[in-house]
Design a protein around this ligand. Sequence first.
Ligand code: HEM
Ligand code: HEM
Length: 202
Amino acid sequence: MKISRFDISSRILHWSHALVFFWLLTTGVALFLTPKSLLGDPIIKMVHLYASLPFIILPLIIYLRGSVSTRNDIKELMGWARDDINWFIGLLKKNKADVRGKFNGGQKANFLLVLLLMSGFVLTGFVVWMKSMFSRSFVELNFIIHDSLAIFSILLLSGHIILALYYIESMKSIIYGKADAVWAKEHYPDWFLKEKRDLLNR
Ligand code: HEM
Ligand code: HEM
């Protein structure tokens, strides 16, 4: 038996943001490696800058115009409770703690880091873009922060992808929308029961 985990709106939000992120990452790394004198540099720079628009606007549009389920997912990812802290303590003690809702503490932390990274990229990206408005040392500092954020996001994303490959049912749910019910009951018991109740009441 399968249970629905992510509707089409949530999946479009995830994969469109992932696609734009990879675009920015690839063009950013290309900018870092390409000598400024090469002809390709201004083109890559323009392509990098244009991608920053969907990077900001697309998640906002999908949040506002997407499904109620997407907004509920985001609200839950932003809502921290004592149980989430207990989940981390359990992880440190190698003692698996129960997950109370649809997401565990690690997933909420991942979401928070993604939001912080996005804000950091937007702010530092603006400064290095509008170089002439700021002092040279401030622009240089922002280049260093922009690059450091890129390195940190590569590390975070690698962990995210490794976990997604390890928990293959989770991967299926972000691709096809549904996950195995037995897996869902084992990993997210409260969420599983709530979904089942909602399904019966419909
Ligand atoms: C709103 C989002 C973003 C904006 C406005 C932005 C803007 C910029 C600008 C203006 C540059 C400088 C181009 C130059 O003068 O050579 C740059 C470089 C760069 N960006 Fe972004 N960026 C954004 C997001 C990202 C993301 C998400 C990543 C990586 C995940 C990234 C990675 C890089 C890298 C590695 C460089 C090269 C820096 C260097 O040459 O030292 N950027 N970005
Ligand atoms: C090949 C690339 C990617 C894969 C395979 C992947 C996989 C997944 C999976 C399987 C989930 C669902 C977890 C669940 O069952 O709840 C998820 C959720 C999520 N993904 Fe990705 N993802 C990728 C890229 C990205 C990128 C580029 C970002 C952001 C820059 C991102 C941010 C998130 C966030 C914030 C969540 C919700 C919180 C969480 O579950 O960690 N993902 N991803």
